[in-house]
Ligand binder design. Structure first.
Ligand SMILES: Nc1ncnc2c1ncn2[C@@H]1O[C@H](COP(=O)(O)OP(=O)(O)OP(=O)(O)O)[C@@H](O)[C@H]1O
Ligand SMILES: [Mg+2]
Length: 582
């Protein structure tokens, strides 16, 4: 039995006992009062009758024997103790006291009922008898010579009502006990079992088993409580689902972001970091709980985060980082209230590409101006000299030749720039068609035969599983010409040039290898930029503008392919590009 049920049982037992006791006490006192009143009335009637009977008898101590007989007679008739008392209080006769004892009896004038009767009134008193012992009721009435007193043992008074009372008390006690037991059983069934179920359900909910529910068919308050508990469970389940949905969405957003996100708690420790952040800073291992300086190790970022935590305004900083500080990051950090302190949320944008593009554009303008300025200066100088006159005829022919060369270079530059700008802006009218790449390559090589021979270079073309490509003829010719032109220019006489064509299910691969001077690693990434040359003077001496690879790269990209370079300085270079298969 559970503690609650035991307590309930004890409470019921105490309650039943208290009610029974109170009932008994009330009934008893009522019955007693009633019995007493009845007994008193009866005693009074009998006493008056005895007094009437003895009215003409004198209470003379000389007739004590006769008086004793009378008292006995009267006692017999009334079944009460009859005492005859003289005016001075002497007990003259008493039905319950022998003549011998009578002499030793004390003076009765002091007894309250006797005092009242001697004063001419009816006197009544209930007390212990000092003469015969036991509880007695005394009633005395006046007699011309003293008083007549009747007394009855209290125990003999117990009438039918008292008996009834006894039975009533017992049946009441047993009945209340039974009723109490029944009530207790019903209550425990109605309360304890449902309460136990409620408790179990609440404990399950507290443990996180949010599908726990109370199954009660009880109505009333218990039913309402059960309903409320179930609603709490439903709400908790709903909230939890909402929270986990939100969390998933947040994870998805954070996971898909191009920007790195870092959240610091009010202690300045990492509370959240998205995958992109790890990627940006190449972070591994657990980040949560660490300080940013331990993980990211960048003083500028640390300062920006600290400033955002202090001030209310967002902080924006740019910082270079990574190997050779080649990457540029912009961090936006803002503080937010977190508990008693302030947390920080910071977003990191990698703006290296933007910065690079800006630099390329700046370089392009200055490079282009510079490239154009050199031939223009030369043309202008020689033209002015010629105009000033006095130039010997043999020199003027040479000067004119120089002017022509520079003019040709100028037009080459302008042509290249125009072409590049067309390729870059996608304005080139590319006519994609099925092309036999090997065929086109062969034709281009044929066109270059003269120059190859001039520089004693050996060129070969090979194919392995080649397939037709989907490309523009002019664009392909131009790409090949630019790559072969470089190979010729940057390979010393006696060298070898190889053109290879192959294919995979999606792409046609073309490579141009030479045994030339090669390209140092540090320049490789930039040779596809406009005007970028490893050795400007050498390139220029060879008639290069530094635009060939930039144009080739744009054309390949416009056709949907990719271009790359591998090189071993001093041993040669290999340029590869792909074109989509037809
Ligand atoms: N096959 C190669 N071997 C060695 N260096 C090369 C090779 N191809 C290109 N380069 C280097 O890359 C630079 C850029 O090449 P690009 O073709 O863009 O310009 P260019 O050949 O100098 O001029 P243009 O092609 O406009 O006449 C060259 O100046 C050269 O330094
Ligand atoms: Mg070139």
């Amino acid at each position: 039995m559970s503690r609650t049920r035991l307590k309930l049982l004890a409470a019921f037992a105490a309650g039943v006992l208290a009610v029974a006791l109170a009932q008994t006490w009330a009934a008893r006192s009522w019955v007693e009062r009633r019995d007493l009143a009845q007994a008193r009335a009866l005693l009074e009637r009998e006493a008056l009758w005895v007094a009437e009977l003895l009215a003409d008898r004198s209470f003379d101590p000389a007739h004590i024997t006769e008086l004793a007989g009378l008292a006995h007679d009267a006692a017999e008739r009334t079944r009460a103790r009859v005492s005859l008392i003289a005016r001075d209080g002497t007990l003259l006769a008493d039905s319950h006291v022998s003549l011998v004892q009578l002499e030793r009896a004390e003076d009765h004038a002091a007894r309250p009922e006797v005092r009242a009767a001697l004063a001419g009134r009816t006197g009544f008193h209930a007390r212990r008898s000092s003469t015969v012992g036991g509880q007695w009721l005394y009633l005395a009435v006046p007699h011309p010579d003293g008083a007549v007193r009747l007394a009855r043992d209290r125990a003999s008074l117990a009438g039918p009502l008292s008996e009834l009372l006894g039975r009533l008390v017992w049946t009441g006690l047993v009945g209340s006990a039974l009723a109490g037991l029944g009530l207790w059983l019903v209550t425990t069934r109605l309360w304890s079992a449902p309460l136990a179920q409620l408790r179990a359900t609440l404990e399950s909910l507290a443990r996180g088993e949010l599908d726990a529910r109370v199954h009660l068919r009880a109505g009333g308050e218990l039913g309402q409580v059960a309903g409320a508990v179930n609603r709490v469970g439903e709400q908790l389940e709903l909230r939890l689902r909402e929270i986990s949905n939100e969390k998933e969405q947040l994870q998805a957003v954070l996971g898909g972001m191009v920007e790195g996100v870092l959240v610091l708690d009010s202690q300045g420790r990492i509370a959240l970091a998205n995958p992109r952040l790890r990627e940006l800073f190449e972070l591994r291992g657990e980040l949560l709980g660490k300080r940013p300086i331990e993980a990211i190790r960048n003083a500028a970022i640390e300062v920006a985060l600290a400033e955002a935590a202090r001030s209310g305004a967002p902080v924006v900083r740019e910082t270079a980082f990574g190997v050779g500080e080649r990457r540029v990051l912009r961090v936006h950090a803002a503080g937010f209230a977190s508990g008693a302190g302030r947390g920080v949320v910071a977003v990191f944008h990698d703006i290296s590409d933007t910065r690079h593009l800006e630099a390329v554009r700046r370089d392009f303008v200055s490079n282009a101006s510079h490239e154009l300025k050199t031939p223009l200066t030369a043309i202008r100088g020689f033209a002015e000299t010629l105009l000033s006159g006095g130039v010997p005829p043999e020199d003027s022919a040479r000067y004119l030749g120089i002017i022509l060369r520079h003019a040709e270079r100028l037009s080459l530059l302008v042509e290249g720039l125009l072409e590049l700008s067309r390729a870059e802006s996608g304005q080139l009218a590319l006519e994609r068609m099925r092309l036999d790449v090997v065929e086109v390559a062969r034709a281009v090589l044929q066109g270059l035969e003269g120059r190859l021979r001039e520089r004693s270079l050996d060129a070969s073309l090979s194919e392995s599983g080649a397939a037709p490509a989907l490309a523009d003829h002019t664009a392909l010719v131009q790409i090949l010409e630019n790559l072969l032109d470089n190979a010729i220019k940057y390979t010393p006489p006696g060298g070898k040039i190889e053109l290879r064509v192959s294919a995979d299910p999606h792409w046609v691969h073309v490579s141009v290898s030479d045994t030339g001077i090669g390209i140092p690693e540090s320049h490789r990434a930039r040779i596809f930029e406009r005007f970028y040359r490893v050795d400007t003077a050498r390139s220029r001496a060879l008639g290069g503008t530094g635009l060939g690879l930039a144009i080739a790269k744009h054309l390949v990209q416009d056709l949907g392919g990719q271009i790359s370079v591998e090189s071993a300085p001093g041993a040669g270079s290999t340029f590869r590009f792909t074109l989509p298969r037809a």
